[in-house]
Design a protein around this ligand. Structure first.
Ligand code: B3K
Ligand code: ZN
Length: 854
């Protein structure tokens, strides 16, 4: 396969101002007639080239006359045209039922739906399938009325009617020019939870959440989140909705979370459906976050779109930043920040440190689907956040206003966005732009020395950006660091919070009049996506853990203390001193001023993967053992406190920040109580499991049971399975809980589950619930005999035949071989080589596997 390179970008030779599509819908064979009004760009002599894939071409007409001098060059249809504007009509046949890769038009449980981003539209009809070709779409659909009573497309509905033979039709029109990746249609037997929203200028918008009839009671949370999102975007960014209708459809088979098609968002049902009996608090949060994310794309993505796919972070990084802001405003901003940073460390830091590392604006790709990554999304959001920090709230808002205004209706670049930040913010971001081109997580060293005699404190900062594939030499970046000094003796702040811009390899800041030994609080609020290497002692970290006024920094100090202890434990193999951690956790648990939701986050140990990331050579057994040792020490020595947290005042079930926080802390406490190994843990968890009136408590208890060996484990898994056997989203949890289990025999359990009658690789949620969860289970995946690697590779090879995009997404854990001992590295490489050698391997999986071998 051939690499596409950013530097090769050329504007399109032909534009397509208007498109009419006519769909004769049928799951077996759908006929698509397309009428494109095409217009030559002044200077071009090129023929019209239309992208296609997998369809059967029936006819081509130019200006109403059938032609036969068209030519197929691979999948590209070349139409010779003599004039400057023409009408080109094509007719093709496609087979939604046979579409297992879930790109283009496909069937999901009897619903016909589309997914076009990034390059799925070409599987529907011949078209210049690139984001800088913006067209106005008119869509007509006809289908069997009994099977497909509801026909939806982008924009506003225009007309509908009945046809002979039990068929009917509907026509939709989208007045906003859009790229083909935002096209969508849905046909199915769907019920609607309807409501309306009045925008700030008084426009009435009809809202609809479309699901199967039986799922209607589970749509209220999503609908509520949609209204909150619409109001929030008006209030915070001044962005108003622009069509008369906004529809969301839930489908069960979906490669991703959801898709922001103009006026017709299509969602993975797991990000729409929620009720207390089937969805955890985290599920509720994700539903709201994804609804907000897709809605916000209406401006950051749709009204202003991307010029080419190298600019993907322009819409994704910015929109993640926006949805993070929305979620922060719905509850505790500090807890949201902690969750986001934890997610960044779990998924983006390893990406940045591995063979698939790429800048947020990549230079080349084989398959664009492989670049919907944590780097583009989550690191991209951090880059926007840093600019917002540098500009401050008012100037940042002025800059986003300018961006939306200047680029409305166009396909823009990351550079355009940064330029707006500079123009409205009055700042020079020349060096800051390195964040768009340099991959790798910068490492910042920080140390403070103090001279008591002169009252002088000196802060020395340094930065180093690690080499990444194709980028061996890095330049120093602009790193905005929020920091503050505290007095070790009195606990008083010695300085105000300041924003230091570290923009050289090293820098020194001197503070005068410092009368007591200072303790450094740095990267407060996680102001930059970097790794901090400081020489703070366990005592200093414990001090910050108990006193820092920035809640994120407080969390961070506790985590750093745990991490240092765990790394020492993993390296030394034996007992390390756990006292400082135990004291800090005890203090956190007993501090009445703290929000229980915050406490729950702060007392959790860093994940095995994150501990492993700190080691030169990972010994997964040693990491696991060190973590278990600290965990059981914490459990035993603080048993009273865990029990108090567990038995503390209970909130009746409600989805409020307060009740959520109390459930979270209680479940964390349950986990620690189970780690005391005193024998009644199984009973305690089973009691919670059986008595729970909500999924958060039920699944929390089930995970504890699934990790252990108690008699109650099998019983609980059976009860859970039988209770939810007909709810696919909850069955996913049943698979996932077992795949995440910390037991020694998880590989065998998961292999057995892959043969379970309810398991299928064809459904991405199900595949991810077992294979995806297994891939992040450090202990199971990295088992010394290589059974974990073999299982993962076997599954990926099978999945690739059905759904290359989803298979490729699950490959990265196998690519981390460089981080492990020679024996594991050899076994991992062998599996990657086995994958690369599969005949007919997809470009998606080939790119991920071959780059992982380099
Ligand atoms: N923009 C879509 C992503 C589609 C990915 C296709 N490979 C969802 C989102 O980020 O909102
Ligand atoms: Zn997005």
């Amino acid at each position: 396969p051939q690499a596409i390179r950013r530097e090769d970008y050329r504007p399109p030779a032909w534009t397509v101002p208007e498109v009419s599509l006519d769909f004769d819908l049928d799951p077996a064979t759908t006929r698509v007639r397309a009428r494109l009004e095409v217009s030559r760009r002044e200077d071009t002599v090129e023929p019209l080239r239309l992208d296609g894939a997998g369809q059967r071409l029936v006819s081509v007409l130019v200006d109403g006359v059938a032609i036969n001098d068209w030519r197929l060059d691979g999948d590209t249809l070349e139409v010779p045209l003599t004039g400057d504007t023409h009408v080109v009509e094509t007719e093709v046949e496609i087979a939604p039922d046979a579409n297992t890769q879930l790109m283009g038009l496909y069937a999901s449980n009897g619903i016909l739906c589309t997914q076009c981003e990034a390059e799925g539209f070409r599987r529907i009809t011949y078209f210049p399938d690139r984001p800088d070709v913006l067209a106005r779409y008119r869509v007509r659909m006809s289908a069997d009325k009994a099977r497909f009573p509801v026909l939806l497309a982008n924009g506003d509905p225009i007309a509908s009617g009945d046809l002979p033979d039990g068929r009917h039709w509907a026509e939709w029109h989208d007045p906003f020019p859009k790229p083909s990746y935002l096209f969508a249609l849905v046909a199915g037997d769907l019920a609607c939870n309807r409501s309306s929203f009045t925008t700030q200028s008084g426009r009435e918008v009809e809202l609809g959440i479309w699901v199967r009839e039986a799922d209607l009671p589970r749509t209220h949370h999503a609908l509520h989140a949609l209204k909150l999102s619409m109001a929030w975007d008006e209030h915070v960014y001044g962005r108003e909705y622009d069509l008369d209708v906004f529809n969301i459809v839930a489908v069960d088979d979906f490669n991703f979370g959801a898709m922001e098609n103009k006026g017709l968002n299509i969602f993975n049902s797991r990000y729409v459906l929620a009720d207390p009996d089937t969805a955890t608090d985290m599920d509720y949060d994700h539903v709201a976050g994804v609804v907000a994310h897709e809605y916000f794309h209406n401006w950051s993505g749709n009204r202003v779109t991307c010029r080419d796919w190298f600019q993907l972070s322009l819409k994704e990084g910015f929109t993640v930043f926006r949805d993070q802001g929305f979620s922060a405003d719905q509850g505790s901003a500090a807890v949201k920040r902690i969750e986001d940073v934890r997610a960044l460390r779990a998924s983006q830091f390893p990406e940045d440190a591995g063979p698939l590392a790429h800048p947020i604006r990549p230079e080349s790709y084989l398959e664009i689907s492989n670049f919907y990554t944590a780097t583009i999304y989550n690191k991209g959001a951090e880059i926007v956040r840093m600019m917002a920090t540098i500009l401050g709230p008012q100037r940042f808002r002025a800059a986003t206003d300018l961006y939306f205004d200047r680029f409305d209706g166009t396909a823009a670049t990351c550079e355009d966005f940064v330029q707006c930040m500079e123009d409205a913010g009055g700042v020079d971001l020349t060096q800051f732009r390195l964040w768009y081109s340099q991959a790798g997580t910068p490492r910042v060293s920080a140390s403070v020395t103090h001279d008591a005699g002169s009252g002088r404190a000196t802060l020395r900062l340094g930065q180093q950006v690690p080499a990444t594939p194709g980028q061996s030499d890095k330049e120093p970046m602009v790193i905005p660091l929020k920091l503050r000094l505290f007095g070790a003796a009195t606990g008083r702040p010695l300085t105000d919070e300041q924003l230091v811009m570290l923009n050289q390899a090293s820098d020194t800041i001197v503070y005068e009049g410092v009368t007591e030994r200072p303790v450094l609080s740095i990267n407060r609020g996680f102001s930059a996506p970097v790794v901090i290497e400081s020489d703070r002692t366990p005592d200093e970290l414990a001090f910050l853990s108990g006193t820092d006024d920035d809640p994120f920094a407080r969390y961070e100090a506790t985590q750093q203390l745990m991490l240092d202890t765990l790394v020492a434990g993993a390296i030394e193999g034996g007992r390390t001193n756990h006292d400082a951690v135990i004291r800090a956790v005890s203090a956190t648990l007993s501090d009445p001023s703290l929000d229980p939701a915050f406490v729950a986050e702060a007392v959790l140990l860093p994940a095995e993967g994150f501990i492993a990331d700190q080691l030169a050579v990972v010994d997964p057994e040693a990491v696991f053992a060190a973590r278990q040792a600290l965990r059981s020490d914490l459990a035993r020595q603080l048993e009273e406190q865990w029990r108090a947290a567990y038995d503390g005042p209970r909130e009746p079930y409600a989805y409020t920040p307060r009740a959520k926080g109390s459930r979270r802390l209680r479940n964390v406490a349950l986990g620690y109580l189970a780690a005391t190994n005193t024998g009644d843990a199984g009973k305690l968890a089973f009691t919670q499991f059986a008595a729970a009136d909500n999924m958060t408590d039920r699944q929390g208890a089930l995970q504890v049971l699934a990790n252990g060996d108690s008699d109650e484990r099998v019983a609980a898994l059976d009860i859970f399975y039988n209770r939810y056997a007909d709810n696919a989203l909850v069955l996913d949890k049943w698979f996932q809980t077992q795949a995440l289990a910390t037991r020694a025999d998880t590989v065998e359990i998961v292999a057995e589950l892959s043969r379970h009658p309810d398991f299928s690789l064809a459904n991405p949620n199900r595949a991810r619930s077992l294979v995806g969860a297994f891939g992040v289970n450090q202990r199971a995946l990295n088992r010394a005999d290589g059974a974990g690697y073999r299982f993962l590779a076997d599954q990926l090879i099978q999945l690739d035949k059905l759904n290359p995009q989803t298979a490729a997404k699950l490959l990265p854990p196998l690519g981390r071989w460089r981080r492990f001992d020679a024996t594991r590295a050899v076994m991992m490489r062998a599996e990657l080589e086995r994958i690369v050698a599969v005949p007919g391997l997809s470009k998606d999986l080939f790119e991920q596997a071959s780059k992982s071998l380099e």
